[in-house]
Every structure is written in C-alpha cells, then in structure tokens.
Design a protein around this ligand. Structure first.
Ligand code: 13P
Length: 250
C-alpha cells in the first residue's frame, strides 16, 4: 500500500512570520490524519521557523529547490547539507516554474535528484507538458523524456524514496484541472516508465502526485484514481482551511 502524500508548495508567498501563522493554523486541522504524509514547503527564509513549529507535529518540512553540490561558489544557492539541519525531509525538484523561468534542464534536475537521494532527502520530481505540447499530441513523449532525463543512472536502492509529481503546466494556477481520465492516463504512463527503469515491485511503491489547480472540491475524485497517490498543491495550500480540506478528503 502506498501512503498518500499531500504537499503544499507555497512558492514565493509568505514572510517567515506569516508562514509560521499558516503552519500553526494548519497543524490542529490535519495532525490527526495518519493515513496521509503531509508536507509543507515554505520559501527558504521560512524553513527554520516553520521547522520549529512542525517539530513533533507529524507533518513534514519540504524545500522548493536545492543545488546539487554540497557547497561552493554558487551565489544565491542552497545545498542539501544546509537544509537537513533545519528538519527538511523533502525537496521539490524540477518544478515547471524552475524549468520555465530559470531554464533548469533535465540534466541539471537529474544532478539534484541524485544529490537529494544521496543526502537522505525525498525528492519530489515534477514533470508535465505545456498546453502546446498536449495539443500537438506530445504529452507522452514529453513526460517520458523528462523522466528519462531526470532519472538516468539513479540507483535502484535509492529509488524507493522518490516521489514523482505530474503537473500539467496548463493546469497550474489556471483553475483548469486535468480531467480524471487525463490525469490517470499520464499517471499510468509514469508508472509504466518507472517499471521500465526500476522493475515492477519498486515502481509499485513510488508515489505519484497530481498537481495543477487541486482544490477541496476535486481532490477526492482525483485521489481515487488507481495511480494517483497524492497531490502537490499550490494556491489552495496558502489557506489553512482549503489545504486541510484537501488532506482530509484524501
Ligand atoms: P496550483 O495548485 O496553484 O495550480 O499550483 C500547482 C503547483 O504548481 C504546485 O506545485
């Protein structure tokens, strides 16, 4: 049985103080839900204070990015070894906003996935097609290519800790959710690809989240699909009641 995983990607929202207040509002609403791994991913500047608040709550702390090197002359970057002492256990990698605005490539993301696994962090690897790619019938080749590029050479022994998030770019922040059929179809494709890489047993254990306009109203039916094991939530994770409702509906 795969344990559901619901993560809130707060993106570039919330000062440290606001982030603590959101975490404090959330904890009592979700900490009794044992069947779901709940991860909060505030901006870097709020990780220490949110980490303190989450301590002992049963909720997990995630970062939104990291550099693959442990240290070095990389101005503005943050490494796994800096995240770990803050209590960070998960890290979102290869989000479409990083790919689009910061020109992150599959080979770069692959380095990050490897470094995160090596450091004992759970990578949440994001993949997904743009609207133009979907309309051109390229969804399968785009998502397959991203998985190949980002997972090449990842060791079998480490892959169990991997989480994949399918986020169709056209569904992010647009209010347009993929239909249940569209989402399940790509999730099944991702599972098949993972099976090619890691074998059926391991691929059956890797969690695949759906992301893109997940709300309390659509979460339950998405999560009921056979290959959807959780959600990566943007906008709706910035409100304690909405995010808690999504976690509880799972
Ligand atoms: P929205 O839930 O706001 O569509 O964002 C999804 C997302 O990008 C999560 O990483």
């Amino acid at each position: 049985m795969r344990r559901y995983i619901v993560a809130g990607n707060w993106k570039m929202h919330k000062t440290a103080e606001e982030a603590v207040n959101l975490a404090l509002a959330l904890i009592p609403l979700v900490s009794d839900v044992r069947s779901v791994e709940v991860v909060l991913c505030p901006p870097f500047t709020a990780l220490p204070s949110v980490g303190e608040v989450l301590n002992g709550s049963g909720l997990f702390l995630g970062a939104q990015n990291m550099h693959h090197e442990p240290q070095g002359a990389y101005t503005g970057e943050i490494s796994a070894s800096m995240l770990l002492p803050l209590g960070v256990s998960h890290v979102i990698l290869g989000h479409s906003e990083r790919r689009h605005y910061f020109i992150e490539s599959d080979p770069q993301i692959r380095e990050k996935v490897g470094a995160a696994l090596q450091a004992g962090l759970t990578p949440i690897l994001c993949v997904g097609e743009t609207l133009a790619e979907r309309e051109a019938g390229e969804t399968e080749s785009v998502v397959s290519g991203q998985l190949e590029g980002c997972l090449e050479g990842i060791e079998l022994a480490q892959a169990e800790d991997l989480v994949v998030a399918y986020e169709p770019v056209w569904a992010i922040g647009t209010g347009k959710t993929a239909t249940l059929e569209q989402a399940q179809e790509v999730h099944a494709l991702i599972r098949a690809k993972l099976t090619q890489f890691f074998g059926v047993d391991l691929a059956g254990k890797i969690r695949i989240q759906y992301g893109g306009s997940v709300k309390p109203e659509n979460a339950a039916e998405l999560m009921a699909q056979p290959d959807i094991d959780g959600a990566l939530v943007g906008g709706a994770s910035l409100d304690a009641d909405s995010f808690a409702a999504i976690v509880r509906s799972v």
